[in-house]
Write a protein that binds this ligand. Structure first.
Ligand code: HEC
Ligand code: HEC
Ligand code: HEC
Ligand code: HEC
Ligand code: HEC
Ligand code: HEC
Ligand code: HEC
Length: 259
């Protein structure tokens, strides 16, 4: 499994411990006395195996899931990854599977914030996906049950763009004049959770584009971008204002990305 260095596992677990108290401490110290649920009163952990009988598909697919690595630390129970998100399952199993006895993680981003504390802040930024309002959910973009939780990481970047274009069909293309930046993924220009910048852009001005398009100044002080004179153009506003490159995602009428 590969995880990005910027996800600091220790920070994450200790952050989670503050919110989940006993549960996450049990990740660190293997201690059976901590198996008391903070979420479902009276329930205890039973391990993934106990879910197989009724949710075989979920359990089978889970083997290669990112979160299969998140265990609660009681060796006797085997893997307890399911309950890391859904809460302790003993009452749910005993009842034959009633909704009231298990956490519906999809409806509650809080489930994820318990460990990914920093994400709440990202979704509170002025321009963000409406996860806190319940209009978009973490699992619209992340599959908790199988494979890499970030779809299309690495080679299969297209799959990551598809995560976005299933809702944002206008950006999907194909366009007669495509913008090769799209091959770097939507996240080359957008913060997927939220940003201080409008349209969740990673930078709010020409710097968004100049990270890839070299700006040079020739002997006479002329500012060139991609070899053409941009002295007055750069003073007019962002690169994507009307009349310039407003069709940043791709164009059907101009190679210079205009409508
Ligand atoms: C004896 C069968 C059985 C077992 C064992 C079982 N479940 Fe369920 N589970 C069900 C049934 C039936 C439903 C559907 C309930 C409904 O729709 O009213 C369900 C629903 C769920 C839901 C959706 C709840 C919701 O609000 O929609 C989750 C999550 C879930 N189970 C997780 C688990 C986990 C985790 C385990 C193992 C700890 C587990 N289940 C073990 C039968 C079971
Ligand atoms: C990383 C958190 C996480 C883990 C770990 C996890 N789930 Fe889920 N589970 C979710 C979320 C989020 C949803 C809501 C999905 C949706 O609405 O599309 C969900 C939904 C479900 C449902 C309801 C039916 C469905 O698919 O929508 C069942 C049943 C379920 N999970 C069982 C399991 C079992 C069994 C395991 C362990 C093998 C497991 N889950 C592990 C987060 C998790
Ligand atoms: C019990 C704590 C816990 C919960 C609850 C949890 N996660 Fe995680 N998550 C982790 C840990 C730990 C990792 C890193 C796994 C590793 O490094 O082995 C991780 C990794 C991830 C990653 C991949 C990060 C990367 O860089 O590859 C995503 C995406 C993610 N989680 C989303 C979610 C979502 C969405 C939910 C809620 C449905 C959720 N998580 C619930 C602990 C948790
Ligand atoms: C609109 C789609 C979308 C939604 C909704 C979303 N994510 Fe993400 N998330 C992504 C993408 C895309 C990446 C990969 C970012 C990258 O490659 O730079 C990511 C990365 C992550 C990571 C790993 C990198 C990091 O920033 O730490 C975690 C953890 C994570 N998301 C958790 C969550 C949680 C928790 C939620 C819900 C509260 C959530 N995400 C909702 C699209 C989304
Ligand atoms: C489940 C559907 C869904 C998915 C998946 C999704 N989005 Fe969104 N997105 C929305 C909604 C709803 C809005 C708010 C719509 C609006 O205000 O027009 C939005 C808004 C945006 C905006 C800001 C638009 C504005 O007018 O401010 C950007 C940029 C964006 N999404 C990019 C992405 C990217 C990048 C991804 C993939 C990582 C993604 N979205 C995945 C539903 C989704
Ligand atoms: C080269 C940088 C770049 C890439 C790559 C990129 N975008 Fe954008 N996107 C922008 C800019 C700049 C804007 C703001 C345009 C404006 O305000 O007129 C924008 C605006 C948006 C909007 C708001 C649309 C509107 O009409 O307000 C959505 C939704 C969006 N992008 C989704 C995506 C999706 C989905 C992907 C990947 C398939 C993607 N973007 C890739 C630069 C990019
Ligand atoms: C992730 C890198 C990346 C980013 C960010 C990026 N581009 Fe591009 N862009 C490319 C690549 C690669 C090409 C194709 C090669 C070339 O023509 O330089 C291209 C081509 C273009 C072209 C077509 C040039 C021609 O004459 O064929 C325009 C116009 C353009 N980009 C504008 C923008 C604007 C405006 C932004 C900022 C909103 C932007 N680009 C951001 C990578 C990027």
């Amino acid at each position: 499994m590969k995880f990005r260095p910027r996800l600091n596992k220790n920070a994450l677990l200790f952050g989670g411990a503050a919110a989940w108290g006993l549960l996450l401490i049990s990740c660190v110290m293997v201690n059976r006395t901590v198996l008391q649920s903070p979420l479902i009163p009276g329930a205890t952990f039973v391990g993934n195996k106990a879910c197989t009988e009724c949710h075989a598909e979920h359990v089978e697919g889970f083997a290669d899931a990112t979160h299969a690595n998140v265990a609660l630390g009681d060796a006797k129970l085997g893997s307890t990854g399911c309950e890391a998100c859904h809460g302790p399952g003993s009452l749910h199993v005993k009842s034959g599977g009633t909704k009231a006895t298990i956490v519906n993680a999809g409806a509650k981003p809080e489930t994820c914030f318990q460990c990914h504390l920093d994400k709440r802040g990202e979704f509170s930024l002025a321009n963000s996906h409406a996860v806190l309002a319940g209009k978009v959910s973490c699992n619209d973009c992340h599959d908790p049950h199988r494979g890499n939780a970030i779809s299309g990481s690495g080679a299969a970047l297209e799959a990551q763009n598809e995560t976005c274009t299933k809702c944002h069909t206008a950006q999907k293309g194909p366009f007669i004049f495509g913008h090769n930046a799209m091959k770097e993924g939507c996240v080359a220009c957008h913060s997927p959770h939220g940003s201080v910048n409008q349209k969740m852009l990673v930078a709010r001005d020409a710097n968004l584009c100049l990270r890839c398009h070299l700006q040079t100044t020739d002997r006479n002080g002329v500012i060139l971008v991609s070899g053409s004179d941009h002295r007055t153009r750069l003073q007019n506003g962002t690169c994507w204002i009307a009349g310039c490159h407003e069709a940043v995602h791709g164009s059907n009428s101009s190679k210079s990305l205009r409508y």
